[in-house]
Design a protein around this ligand. Sequence first.
Ligand code: API
Length: 327
Amino acid sequence: MQIKLIKGHGSGNDFLIIDEISNGYAFTEKERADLAKLLCNRQSELGADGILFVMQSENADGRMRVFNADGSEASMCGNGLRLVARYVCEQLGRSKAVIETMKANLKVSKQMELEKDIHTYQVEISPVLFELKALPLNLNKPTLYNERIEELSEDLRFTALAVPNPHLIAIVETEQLQGDLQNQLSEKVNGPNELFPDGVNVSFVKHLQPGNIYVRTYERGVGFTNACGTAMSASTLVTCLHGLNTFEEVVNVFNNGGRVQCVVHQNEGKYTIDLIGNATYLYNATVNVDLEQGAFTVSSKMELMEQSSYEKFQSEAQRYLKTEIKG
Ligand SMILES: N[C@H](CCC[C@H](N)C(=O)O)C(=O)O
């Protein structure tokens, strides 16, 4: 089968965008999972953290389904939603839209560029759930807020929440960012385990200065990525709950792929988070896929000239990080 796609990234978290609406694709569930495993393979001519399928919606401007590189489907993807927001807004010729996701219809909008020539979008991250059954996390307590999980670590304290994909977040110091600690415990909770039967995205968060944090995430179904939008959003909320940042104010979230901004809103005990960041296209491509054989070829690939602007932006973020996180 021949498939047209766009390769893009949000803060270096890269995806293949496949528009099922305009191209008239009608993949089966198995085909979507198999396409993710095949086309996201970093040993192949493409490679990505996941695939974003853009589909028709009955009650929104479009629908996003996100499949991780291992073929698993996630309920939400913050960096990916910015790419889908750009795609749908440009298709409709509008600067705002509503995108249906697995658990909610979310508002998206084009924003003033973070830096020159960087397409910038804002997406809503919601719902935010703290009940452990929403992840799920099997512990005999209703929530986990800044507490130890002795099976994982003697001294780290974790907060668990779903936005609505599952996140386990620890606020750490620089020395805990060094070494293999995050990798070890992430592999444990994303393999066969009692605690997280569906796995979980694991983030280490370093508070840099008021209004500035650093987030590094091991993503369920992928591994370490440059950035995870839902994780950065959830981490910002956790730092607000800890009193390190302020609700309703912009927080700069630095990551290995650059920087995004998050604003946490709260009313009547409910939270929503605005995630603002780049939606950068890298190339258009057409691939010929043989899923039976588990093989594909790239029949055309056209580079889009946006990445150089983003790399300038990313290097500025990296320079700041180097001054804050030594070693
Ligand atoms: N790995 C995540 C899905 C992708 C989320 C991430 N890429 C983001 O930007 O939010 C999960 O399985 O829940």
